[in-house]
Ligand binder design. Sequence first.
Ligand SMILES: CC(C)(COP(=O)(O)OP(=O)(O)OC[C@H]1O[C@@H](n2cnc3c(N)ncnc32)[C@H](O)[C@@H]1OP(=O)(O)O)[C@@H](O)C(=O)NCCC(=O)NCCS
Length: 185
Amino acid sequence: MRIIDLAPNDEPGIHRAANLLLAAFAGRWPLDLEAATEEVRDSLQPGHICRVAMNEADEVLGWISAIPRYGEPPHVTAWELHPLAVDPLNQGQGIGRALVADLEQQVASRGAVTLYVMTDDIDNSTSLGGIDLYDDLLTHLQTVRSLGDHPLAFYRKCGFAVVGVIPDADGVGKPDILLAKRIAQ
Ligand SMILES: CC(C)(COP(=O)(O)OP(=O)(O)OC[C@H]1O[C@@H](n2cnc3c(N)ncnc32)[C@H](O)[C@@H]1OP(=O)(O)O)[C@@H](O)C(=O)NCCC(=O)NCCS
C-alpha cells in the first residue's frame, strides 16, 4: 500500500474516493454520489491536504483530508482532519491508522502543532449521546466512552485526546465530540 496526494485533475481517483466515502458512511451520513464527489473536490482546493491509500492495483483503499483552520498560510498552526474513510472491505487492517500517521507527517512538515477532529454522535454510540450535556458537562466528558463502533476509540488509539464537545450539535442529544493531538516537530 502507498499513500499519495490525490491530484485535482485525477477524475477516476476522485470518482473512486467519492464512492469510498459513500460506502464507508452508508447509513450514518446521508450522502449521494453528487454530494460525495463535491466533498472530494472541496478537499482538493489549494491549501488543503488530500491523501489516498492505494493498493498495487491502484484501487483506493482509504482517503483522508485536512483543512487549515488556525493561523495563516504558510504559518498554519492547527489543522482539522476531515474526513477520513476506509473502504469497508478493508477496514481493520491498519489503513486508517496509517492514513492518520501520514497526515500527521504532512501537517508537521508544514509547521503545525495541532491536529484535531470533530466526530458526531447521532445514534447514541457514545456515552455522550442521548443525554443533557449541559447538566454536569465536565463529568460526562471525563468519562466519555464508545458504546458501539463509534470512531472515538479509533482516534484514541491514534493518540488523540478528547478536548471538548458541542452539545446538541446535530439536534437534541446528538453531540459533536472534539479530539485533538499535539504534533511532534
Ligand atoms: C474509523 C475508520 C477510519 C478506521 O479505519 P480502519 O482502517 O478500520 O482502522 P485501523 O485498522 O487502522 O484501526 C486502528 C486501531 O483502531 C481500532 N479501531 C478501528 N475502528 C474502530 C472502531 N470503530 N471502534 C473501536 N476501535 C476501532 C482497531 O481495532 C485498531 O486497534 P488495534 O491497534 O488495537 O488493533 C474506518 O472504520 C472507517 O472508515 N469508518 C467509517 C467512516 C468513519 O467513521 N470515519 C471517521 C469519521 S470522524
